[in-house]
Structure formats: C-alpha cells, structure tokens
Design a protein around this ligand. Sequence first.
Ligand SMILES: C[S@@+](CC[C@H](N)C(=O)[O-])C[C@H]1O[C@@H](n2cnc3c(N)ncnc32)[C@H](O)[C@@H]1O
Length: 281
Amino acid sequence: MSPTVPQSDTLTARALDLLAPLQLLLMSLLALPGTLLTHPLLIFHPKSFQSAWFGTLWRKLGPQMALSPEQTPYISGLFGRAKGTVLELGPGSGDQMRHFVQVVQGGRVSRVVGAEPNAVLHEQLGRNARGIGLDPRRGGYVVLEAGAEPASLIPALHRAGLYTSESGDEGVFDTVICVKSMCSAPQDQMVQICTTIQTLLKPGGEFLFFEHVANDRDYITMLWAWLLGWVWPIAMGNCHLNGRVDKVVGQIGGWDSVDVRNTREFRGWNVFRYVVGVCRK
Ligand SMILES: C[S@@+](CC[C@H](N)C(=O)[O-])C[C@H]1O[C@@H](n2cnc3c(N)ncnc32)[C@H](O)[C@@H]1O
C-alpha cells in the first residue's frame, strides 16, 4: 500500500473495485430484453444468442470503454509499435481502430487482418476500418470470422489465402496485437494460442497485448473472481476473469525478448489486473 494513501481511501477504492464487475453485469442484463425482442428465435441456438447478446451490449459499451483515460495511453502505445502486416485478434467493432491512424497514414502499417469470431460486430468493424483509410473492399482490412484458437484461426487464414502450408515457421505477420480479447479465448488452449501466434510472426515480429488477467496476489479478490466466474462468461460474451496470457507467453519460450508488466494502476487487489505485453520473436 502506498504510504501517501489514507487507509479509508484504500478501503473505499477496494470496495469500489470489487463492485465494478457488478456494474458491467447489470449493463449486460439491461441488454438482454432488447436482444430477446430483436432475436427471439435465437434462444434455440444458445451460442448464436450469446453472440447477439454480447453484440447488443458491446455496441453501447465498446465505444465508451475505448475512451478510458487510464487505458488509452497503454493501448495507443501498443498500436503505435505495429508495423507491416498486422493481425489483430478480437478487434470487436473496431473501437480501438483510431490508434492505428498514425501508423497507417505514416505508411508503417500496410494491411490489417482482424480475426473477430462474433459476426454481429463485423459491419461496424468494416465501417471503422474504412474510416481510417483501410478499406476492406480494397484488401486494406481483411475481416475474418475466427477466434484466436488455432482450430478456428488457421483454417480462416488458409481460406483467405493469408497462410499456406508452405508458410512454415517463417511467419506471415509483422505484428500480432490484441486488446482485451484473450480473456474471451479458451484459457485451456492458451499454450496453443501463444505458440500459434509465435509461428505466425515473422522473425523480429512482435506480439503486443493489453489484457486483463487473473489476480493471483490477493485471496479476497481471487475468491470474488471465482464466484463471479459462475455467471461472468455467460453474460460477458465468454470473457473470463482468470486470464493467463501473461503467464503462458513466458512459459512457452522461443521469444527473443518478453516484457510483460502490470499497469501502473494495479494496486494488488483489483479484479481486473491489466497487463501490457511486448514479446519479440
Ligand atoms: C471486450 S471485447 C474487446 C474488443 C476490442 N478489442 C476492444 O478493445 O474494443 C472482446 C472481444 O474478443 C472477442 N472474442 C471472443 N472470443 C474470442 C476468441 N476465442 N478469440 C479472440 N477473440 C475473441 C469478442 O467477440 C470481442 O470482440
């Protein structure tokens, strides 16, 4: 605890942080009636219904969250490092796209491939890409309906002609970037996901991420995250509070360098422990 922070402020801050997920859960619940009204038949297809529900929520929440003054400097710093051909995993509706403007207009990034499994968000994603001069119709931005897990990503890249069996270990992307999306990928496949990202990168390429991961420091928070975990993924588009990309990138080895840090805002108890990662192949 910082000696300059009075105890009461710390307790209030801690209580507010524990309550923060409930506010997001409430917003998700409020998006439920609208989804039921617009997609009544999807209740017979739980996976599609969950995508539509998250789509309704994220179209409102995504643009607000992308303006977070705490997160923006980290996210914009990562997008500013992107170069060449970029693969973004889980871009959502492209609310972070504005951070690409400088590198795209400066000619540092030539093409972006967005692998977004939720097709409900694709139309807005394409619109946001066009807005910064990466036109999907001209191949500047390629939208793939795929998750980060290899069984979904690799066939989608093959179908789009972006990765072939001959591509091998040489890789095809200069940058792989993700912002708050690895939490929605299956955590039990994180080793395969990170290994695949490494394979897809060219030598010297970078895996850049801004993600929330499990708080493994504070037992009260860990218990709270575990309790929330029973409903959180259902209401939040399969997001998990026990993300482990920070641990796994280090475990798999094979990088030239790995730099993963907690954000300065992390106080030890936060449910959302945000990390910034830069892994160079
Ligand atoms: C919290 S949103 C973040 C969206 C965007 N990156 C942003 O910051 O605005 C999480 C995103 O991850 C996507 N996602 C879900 N499952 C995924 C998976 N298996 N692999 C990659 N992304 C996934 C969701 O569809 C959603 O667009």
